[in-house]
Design a protein around this ligand. Structure first.
Ligand code: ADP
Ligand code: MG
Ligand code: MG
Length: 255
């Protein structure tokens, strides 16, 4: 069974003067079929976790490891991570002017599958996935993320999940900027992706809203660069009621 293991992960970010430690020992295991929610106040290091696992050059892993089915992810290039079955959706997706969505997705699929999908099959595959996600067909010809609304960027992420079928997906603030309808479409997409029990999701979110649509098996509270408490869905309910005050002393709400 596929497993993603994060072990005692320490990560620093280089600012102008000196490196600052942001992640201070993160331990987390996600197994195929599981949905884990990471919840935490602003600035607690949630995105840093996603960037570090993605291999973003600004985030330096100073110790610890990330194992995908026993293989060290931290030694892989960004492409190798994707080929190994990791998918990272970023809180602020990059725009790629001049590259159409359709070409971008085909290149990504080629990288992940090890061979280029046959054009005829590919067009059909993309069309079906776009229909499932209520995406307008003209989307395929637009430049990657350029001028996309918040909702469009998120649908694009889920479209990639549908087409690339990674083993593990890390979704950072997938709920932000979505209206109720888009939230439902995106959540349905994530639920489709995990149905069947062969894939795992790490869902990073500040707010409990998306957890009404995507039921997490495990909920973790992130504060000060580490997981400070873990539980089931009831922990999200408690955060919705009480906010993060018990963990941070601040009145930041989670609802
Ligand atoms: P969250 O996603 O939980 O809001 P982040 O991981 O974005 O938290 O940020 C955690 C801390 O790391 C914050 O203090 C933030 O300012 C700092 N940080 C994150 N990324 C960078 C960066 N690229 N440069 C400088 N500081 C950063
Ligand atoms: Mg933030
Ligand atoms: Mg963040």
């Amino acid at each position: 069974m596929a497993t993603l293991e994060i072990k005692d992960l320490h990560v620093s970010v280089s600012t102008d003067d000196e490196p600052k430690e942001i992640l201070k020992g993160v331990d987390l295991t996600v197994r195929a079929g599981e949905t884990h929610a990471i919840m935490g106040p602003n600035g607690s290091g949630k995105s840093t976790l996603a960037y570090a696992v993605a291999g973003h050059p600004k985030y330096e892993v100073t110790s610890g490891s990330v194992l995908l089915d026993g293989e060290e992810v931290l030694e892989m290039s960004v492409d190798e991570r994707a080929r190994a079955g990791l998918f990272l959706a970023m809180q602020y997706p990059v725009e790629v002017p001049g590259v159409s969505m359709s070409n971008f997705l085909r290149s990504a699929a080629t990288a992940v599958r090890g061979e280029a999908p046959k054009i005829r099959h590919w067009v059909k595959e993309v069309k079906e996935a776009m229909t499932d996600l209520d995406i307008d067909p003209s989307f395929a010809e637009r430049s990657v993320n350029e001028g996309f609304s918040g909702g469009e960027k998120k649908r694009h992420e889920i479209l990639q999940l549908d087409l690339l079928k990674p083993k593990f997906a890390i979704l950072d603030e997938t709920d932000s900027g979505l209206d109720v309808d888009a939230l439902r479409v995106v959540s349905d997409g994530v639920n489709r992706y995990t149905a069947g029990g062969e894939r795992g999701v790490l869902l990073i979110t500040h707010y409990t809203r998306i957890l009404k649509h995507i039921a997490p098996d495990h909920v973790h509270v992130f504060a000060g660069g580490r997981i400070v408490e873990s539980g089931g869905a009831e922990l999200a309910d408690q955060l919705e009621r009480d906010g993060y005050v018990r963990f941070t002393g601040s009145k930041e709400t989670a609802a």
